[in-house]
Ligand binder design. Sequence first.
Ligand SMILES: [Ca+2]
Ligand SMILES: [Ca+2]
Length: 511
Amino acid sequence: MSHFFSPRPFGIYTTALLLTCGTFAAAAPAPLKAVAVPQTITSPLGHPMSLAFDDEFDAVKDRDGQPYIDRSKWQTTFWQGSSQRTLWGNLEAQYYVDKDYNGEGSIHPEANGTLNPFSFETPGILTISAWKTPKELWGKFYMGEQRPFSSGLLISDKRFSFQYGYMVGRFKLSSNRGAWPAFWILGDDSSKPLEAEAHEWGPEVDAFEFFGHRPTKHSGGIHGRDGDKASFTFGMNEVGIDLTKEFHTWGFEWDKDTCVWTLDGKEWARGNTPASLNRPMYLLLNLAVGGQWYSEEISNQLKTLTKPWEVDETTMPWKMQCDYVRVYRSQDADTQVKEVAAKLRSENNHLTREVWTDVPGTSIAQIPVDKKPNAVMVMREFELPTNIGINFGTRVRGYITAPTTGDYIFWIAGDDNCELRISPTDNAAGSVKCASVSETTGYTGWREWNKTPEQKSAPIHLEAGKRYFIEALQKQDVGGDNLSVGWLKPGETGDKPSEVVPASVLSPYLP
Ligand SMILES: [Ca+2]
Ligand SMILES: [Ca+2]
């Protein structure tokens, strides 16, 4: 379900990760009957684990007394933004709706519940239905002629996420041409508005993706980020049986070292855990319709270039059934989380960047540094991307290790107000302001180093190899935004920095 921010959404034809992909002889599926949920298991990687999350889809009663999805466990759209009800970049042909959906822009009470894709005809089984939206409803919903289908999506974002563990779900899929069900996870900072600045999606792991037109194959994989993207995608796995005939379980487990994919409890692929997967992830399951990947496959088969929404709608409504979704975690998962976080913090070549969102105003004093930041990120050089957003405060902290002994001159440029602080030691408490963007004069343009004299520091003597605490604060109100810190090293001359302070001399803040 990779997103349009990926330059090529699916590197599905590579097998860099895939070590054990082969023909799979499936075990007989378990009978459909209510059984006690195992509270402890031994995971595919051999970890003793306990149940951390589950939904058995026993149709909780909704506000109206009717069975519905458990709202405490799931939301039914992506996060904020225009694409929250579909993934336009994949050319997906469905719009994700729910029983509350009343159309975009204006409310149509008569439409309430009309398109509810979630039902419980079979006790204990969630059915997600995709169908062609009746033409008389098109004008009431934000669905153009090229997105004429409605379907359902469940996301545990802001409700449950986990770092390291085993996710497993039991599904029955349909063989309709154009049906694209999936069970997957996304990095839980993907939902933070400022994360979009990087124009990166993910990380994403697909426990499975499936297309109805090839019912004996499934796929899985990782769309990493922060540089590990290309190496962790893989594709088709021929299993030798029609996966739409019975329920099957798909699982994915990862610990700090290893990722493993399972079908009916048996491993079918494994790989090393990429660096970007060392973070909490939240669950998704959905039934997409059509899309670019489907279109490319079908056009190869049919020798005609079909549109992404040219699916076999004569067989609608399509159904994706789910008996349960469970997540297990090992007793030492939190210890692993701490170990990996400590290792990442100890690595050089970046600064720690904290962001507080929804903070209006232009003054640095308004940054609520005594509160928990909304996001903590990595900053590889002493410069932010431009025009990230509005109403936020940034604190960039860490240490600078001088490459040579001598006098250094620092500059800061930014929008709106910014200041640079440096300490004569590695002690944060001793830091003093050495340069700033004037609160009187206001913002500078990107790398506009000399709008006012306050942007340039006096010469600061640093000793080679010694670590000095350094900190930049930025308060963005509205309009554009930027932040850059540059320097002149000993022996260099000029009226502006020779470079932005590079990653090679930076190391992250250690409280
Ligand atoms: Ca169930
Ligand atoms: Ca601004």
